[in-house]
Design a protein around this ligand. Structure first.
Ligand SMILES: CC(C)(COP(=O)(O)OP(=O)(O)OC[C@H]1O[C@@H](n2cnc3c(N)ncnc32)[C@H](O)[C@@H]1OP(=O)(O)O)[C@@H](O)C(=O)NCCC(=O)NCCS
Length: 346
């Protein structure tokens, strides 16, 4: 389930790490950054890329408010910017900011880099910013899963910059939604399946089952081996409000058959992961787990349920469509493959 990659980083929810201050909030504090920064002087013919400093604040806020929307960027000019200066890099040329990029990091060794914003489109500069941001999250935060989401429209130009920066295309991610109604409280819960909720004592069982469901998965198969099921659970736990009661392990006989993990996001329940072990696929277990998850969403009082799925995952897509989920957004995910992790250029 691809939703996890984006949710915990705030790319999907617009959330930002606790305690961080947006540059716009800082900008509004009186008399602190009233002086236009003089440190942005540079005579280099190529923009220098470096971490943003407090002294960049005024120029950075102005740049972000006016810089044209980069091809494929998922945010909009002037939109409130999540994160603080510590997670930003700027490109500086002739004393002016010509590009900016920011990232968020999280548990499970994940990092999400937003597509860079540029004064004017420049593939080389976009690639350098992406590469510098990836090198930084690798070096400073030991990130193993470094990801960028690009709007499907415009993904070609940004995609070329990402590939130059050492990223690979991971998948086209389809975000889906379904209304949840009182009728869903009556969805049948399979009685051939024994349901167990997540607890610390069952952590090992959940990890082993999730790991088994990754086998021959069509959902972001390129991610296989990038991180462990244990890391993935840590990431899932950070997605929205974690509800261990709504993390279900389905057991048939004595064999774990699959999991359905539901968390609460603002305004909706999110299916953060659904998976069936290979031996049990094709026997309506996925449908039973999904129905259990939709019923959980109804019991949580959520008006909607959301998820994200790899566009190449035909079994997953068909299952979700059959149960009333409809596409709301399409984005392309890129990630840094294992072999490039340690050769990223700072
Ligand atoms: C996707 C997955 C959960 C489906 O589980 P499953 O138990 O095999 O699915 P079910 O037997 O309950 O089938 C339910 C519906 O899914 C669809 N489906 C299941 N397998 C399919 C396949 N191989 N090809 C096409 N559609 C398929 C069908 O619409 C099916 O309904 P139908 O039988 O009435 O035609 C399972 O393949 C899986 O765990 N894959 C690996 C992890 C994964 O992709 N998770 C989803 C992440 S978004």
């Amino acid at each position: 389930m691809a939703a996890t990659l984006e949710d915990r980083t705030g790319l999907l929810t617009g959330s930002r790490p606790a305690g961080s201050v947006s540059v716009f909030e800082e900008y509004l504090r009186p008399n602190v950054y009233g002086r236009r920064d003089a440190c942005l002087m540079s005579n280099n013919p190529i923009p220098a890329i470096r971490p943003a400093r407090r002294s960049d604040l005024v120029a950075l806020v102005e740049f972000l408010a006016t810089a044209p929307h980069s091809e494929g960027a998922t945010d909009t000019p002037g939109a409130p910017v999540a994160g603080n200066l510590a997670n930003r890099l700027v490109a500086v040329y002739g004393g002016h900011i010509t590009g900016a990029i920011h990232y968020t990091t999280g548990p499970g060794y994940t990092a999400a880099i937003t597509p860079p914003r540029l004064g004017s489109w420049d593939e080389d500069l976009a690639a350098r910013l992406l590469s510098a941001a990836a090198a930084r999250v690798r070096r400073k935060h030991r990130a193993k899963l470094i990801q960028t989401l690009v709007a499907a429209q415009g993904a070609d130009a940004m995609g070329a910059a990402l590939v130059r920066a050492g990223f690979n295309r991971l998948a086209t991610l389809i975000t889906m939604r379904r209304p949840v109604t009182a009728a869903d409280l009556g969805l049948p819960v399979s009685d051939t399946i024994t349901w167990r909720s997540y607890s610390r004592l069952r952590h090992g069982k959940f990890v082993a089952t999730i790991r088994a469901t990754y086998r021959d998965s069509l959902d972001c198969p390129a991610m296989a081996g990038l991180r462990t099921a244990h890391d993935a659970i840590r990431t899932h736990r950070q997605t929205g409000r974690y509800r261990p009661k709504r993390w279900r392990l389905g057991i048939i006989g004595h064999t774990p058959a699959g999991v359905a993990l539901v968390s609460a996001l603002p305004g909706r329940a999110e299916l953060v992961y659904l998976g069936v072990v290979p031996e049990m696929r094709g026997h309506a277990v996925g449908r039973a787990l999904l129905n259990r998850a939709i019923r959980d969403a109804a019991e949580m009082g959520a008006p909607q349920m959301g998820l994200a799925v790899d566009a190449g995952n035909t079994p997953g897509l068909r299952l979700y469509q059959a149960e009333g989920f409809r596409e709301t957004r399409r984005r392309v995910a890129y990630f840094v493959p294992k072999e490039n992790l340690d050769t990223l250029e700072a």
